[in-house]
Design a protein around this ligand. Structure first.
Ligand code: HAM
Length: 415
């Protein structure tokens, strides 16, 4: 058999109810914050990501699934959702509509990374983006939204860390300080960091190379270089979170792995989310549209990794609904009874009852075994006698109690 591609996973019917649970919670939370769903293409022109996500990031340099289509255009499977939403926001003239623009998405995304626990090449994100609001309330709303989503999932040990990485103005002075700090260390740092040094020294703080990590430990911190406006903005975000009862710690080392951020950045981390630990990440990105050659519009957003969420739900033993199982299995003992079961099932389904009949020509015993395996709530047995009476022998599979129920009353069992 041909193997599944490395870094991808099947979601099997027996586990999909967990995905449905997370997706339902995501939609419900998004709606409670008045966000509406947006759907954008799985692939975009490569330039969108190289300009949007940034050409000094690992994502753009090493991890994109890029290919030429038959028209010789370079296209890329989306490595994340933000850039596509930005393109849709501009391309559909949404800036001219009601502002703020608030949209959420449930998507698959693709990064050619080294697979490990919680790190896949095809993964899934629940994300949200808010355009048009520059003030701290928007940052606080997005962070509160992310926090409410995780709380609605019943997660308790996921911790919020926030930081500010300033704006263009204060970043310039910070970059100079970083260059001064890294300059004598450069010869001992990796090739990537040497390239980042001139293009975007802050990215050196995000290097995964162990040797480089040791060098970055004592680097200057952005928080000490914030300009007055950025400092005030960060102060207000923290104040609003305090007032809203959203617990956080300030972690000055969060820089995020994408180039478009400014001011507030945040991550929700958990020990149970694999080697990376980050379940959900986001921040403000006021200069993304400008980076893409458009008129700038302030924006803030987040994305959570579905696979990592499911790992944390399992590790924390968070409450999940039971798998949706079959309400009624209709067992027919002979050919005429089987036809009756088939017709009754059609009637019950019209009433919204989930039911199943024998499609494998099995014995009654084998049908019971199967009904048990699929977790059927009731088994309605129909034989020669039942056909004559126009009633089925219905067994409650949990209590094992049986009762006679007229065919026309079967639907009443399911209220
Ligand atoms: P990100 O931090 O690159 O941010 O990804 C967000 C989340 O996606 C991560 O916290 C993680 O849970 C999940 N994730 C990322 N890569 C992988 C992977 N290879 N395997 C499994 N899960 C993964 C963004 O993507 C930004 N677009 C978030 C954002 C939205 N910022 C503003 N708006």
């Amino acid at each position: 058999m041909i193997n599944i591609p490395k870094g991808t996973k099947d979601v099997l019917p027996s586990e999909v109810y967990l995905w449905h649970h997370v997706e339902r919670t995501a939609r419900k939370t998004a709606e409670s914050f008045a966000f509406r769903e947006i759907r954008t293409p799985v692939f975009e022109y490569t330039e969108l990501f190289s300009r949007g996500v940034g050409d000094t990031t690992d994502i753009v340099n090493k991890e994109m699934y890029t290919f030429l289509d038959k028209g010789n255009r370079s296209v890329t499977l989306r490595p994340e959702g933000t850039a596509g939403v930005a393109r849709a926001f501009v391309g559909n003239g949404l800036a001219g509509g009601a502002m703020p623009f608030k949209a959420y998405y449930l998507i698959s995304a693709f990064r050619y990374e080294r697979p490990q626990a919680g790190r896949l090449r095809e993964f899934h994100q629940f994300g949200a983006e808010l355009y048009g609001a520059a003030g701290a309330y928007a940052d606080a709303e997005i962070i509160s939204f992310a926090d409410a989503f995780l709380k609605n999932l019943g997660l308790k040990a996921v911790k919020l860390q926030i930081n500010s990485i300033g704006c263009k103005t204060c970043r310039a002075a910070y970059n100079e300080a970083l260059k001064e700090y890294f300059s004598p260390r450069l010869s001992e740092m990796c090739e990537d960091c040497n390239a980042r040094f001139s293009k975007n020294p802050m990215r050196m703080l995000d290097c995964k190379n162990e040797n480089c990590k040791a060098h970055t430990a004592g680097a200057p911190r952005m928080l000490d270089y914030l300009c007055g406006d950025c400092k005030a903005h960060f102060g207000e975000v923290k104040n609003l979170l305090d007032r809203a009862g959203v617990a956080y710690t300030v972690n000055p080392s969060i820089v995020r792995g994408l180039d478009y951020y400014s001011r507030t950045v945040f991550e929700f981390v958990s020990d149970a989310a694999g080697a990376q630990g980050t379940v959900l990440g986001g921040g403000r990105y006021d200069s993304l549209l400008e980076q893409m050659g458009e008129k700038s519009v302030p924006a803030v957003g987040f994305a959570a990794g579905m696979e990592r969420l499911l790992m944390v739900i399992a590790a924390e033993n968070a409450p999940v609904p039971k798998d949706e199982c079959v309400d009624c299995y209709l067992a027919g003992m002979d050919s005429a009874a089987r036809t009756q079961a088939f017709l009754l099932a059609a009637e019950l389904r019209k009433k919204g009852v989930s039911c199943e009949v024998d499609l494998m020509d099995r014995s009654l015993k084998a049908q019971f075994k199967y009904a048990d395996k699929i977790g059927a709530r009731y088994v309605a047995v129909i034989g020669e006698k039942e056909l004559e009476e126009g009633a089925a022998e219905v067994k409650d599979m949990q209590s094992s109690v049986s009762q006679r129920v007229k065919f026309c009353d079967l639907g009443k069992l399911f209220g």
